[in-house]
Design a protein. Sequence first.
Length: 198
Amino acid sequence: MLGKFFKKPADDMGGRVPPGQALTTRFPVLTYGPAQHYAPQDVQLRVTGLAQPRTFGWDELLALPQTTLECDIHCVTHWSKLGTTWTGVRVTDLLALLDLDPRATHVMQRSVGGYATNLSLDDFARPENLLAHTFGGEPLTPEHGGPLRTVVPHLYFWKSAKWVTELEFMAGDAPGFWEKNGYHMRGDPFKEQRYDDD
């Protein structure tokens, strides 16, 4: 498989490729459970926890400033894809609309189908992070998290929740699905934070 779909880089490509990763031009689909299929018009993004409750529907999200960004993505299963292009709402633009309790330090991203993953507020509130609906100029497919997913490119890609429906702001950290099953609480690919003992 390595020679057919993945290629070990000769070097770290100017600091772009984390240790232990192979490059791919494909976009592997890795999901716990089946892909979720629902219409964009059914998207409801709820803000809960230590924040004034709000719900953003699809039209409201599209009415916010839209940003297109290019980034590299890195999967904990050892593949990296360079130069991917995403369009959506910057997380920082969404946060500017929220009334957060000053005690909030972390956010749990929850998804259709029961998936959840945690982030510190510092990791979440970065200008390169998106609530994305478009990949490579095309609507995001269900297999890759469409209609709406988060994109958090500086961490392993399991931290970019597919089919996101809720952002729960919390006063401390808590594990999501993969974190409860042995993955690292943060997941920095350049530190190889794959598992809870890394």
